[in-house]
Design a protein around this ligand. Sequence first.
Ligand code: IPM
Ligand code: MN
Length: 351
Amino acid sequence: MKKIAVIGGDGTGPEVVREALKVLKEVSGLEDFKYQSESFDFGGERYISTGEIINEAEIERLRSFDAILLGAVGHPKVAPGVLEKGLLLRLRFSLDQYINLRPVKLYPGVDCPLKDKGPKDVDFVIVRENTEGLYTGAGGFTYKGTDREVATQLMVNTRAGVERCLRYAFELCRKRNDKKMLTLVAKTNVLTFAHDLWWRTFNEVAEDYPDIKTDYNHVDACCMWMVKNPEYYDTIVTTNMFGDIITDLGAMIQGGMGLAAGGNINPEGVSMFEPIGGSAPKYTDKGAINPLAAICAMAMMLRTIGLESAGDKVEQAVMKVTPQLKSMSAGQMGYSTSQVGELVCQALRKN
Ligand code: IPM
Ligand code: MN
């Protein structure tokens, strides 16, 4: 019996999660596995009415689940950063989800903004470090509000944190396909301390993976190549901040936020899966948002908790549905949110 914690969250989060759960129910019948889900009300509404985001005891409870499925975090009536840091980053850090895994895959029938590129050209994965870098909250103000004000935001890179992320990326690259090329994306020409640590560790760990070809891009060049020659990439490994940025670029070349899924993974603990598009408040409850990213996040969740064939089936069903939609964008799919969920269920049943 798998136990799934469900956090619908803000804006369109609950709607897309509802569709993911519909597909989960369908595939559990077909693949004959049992699960239980329990919903949690963390998010903007609860924060506004109670002043609390999430407490220690609740985080402890989440540890008893096999995985967490998250809709979206971000509420127009809550100041930017409060929920992002108080819920999303808090969960990533407390549950030590040190990998943020973001596949960049162009599905059939999806418009790619890159000229003359198709599904065979856009199929790589980004492994983003998820617990360190510029995200730890280290730093602060001195002389705040005066004309001598100093603001620092420290980039934290530990040998252990860098190494575990790199090892995960090498292992993933080994399993993925025959390309077996791992590209480290950093900025060693400027961040000569922090990224020197990444560079040295990368080369040391590489000795344990003689079958993997190692490769390096500066992050600015990577942005250029992702647009010009996406077919070049297989597996990319990068830091937290750079990974945040290049995965949005990746989402666009795979056809938009409607399809981009991510996993916050603790390979030894509880992982959390989410569509990466955010809460899109203006579309809330309009039945307009694309649920495929959440459904793909759920497929990733299944694969991570040992239900690989169920996860694969869901992804194959999504690939049958993408050619049927007019567009991947909210309000332009030619179907409502729940109809798209239903199409995926139908595609599953036909398999
Ligand atoms: C993401 C988001 C988050 C991040 C924000 C909401 C804190 O942009 O998951 O990519 O920067 O990691
Ligand atoms: Mn982001």
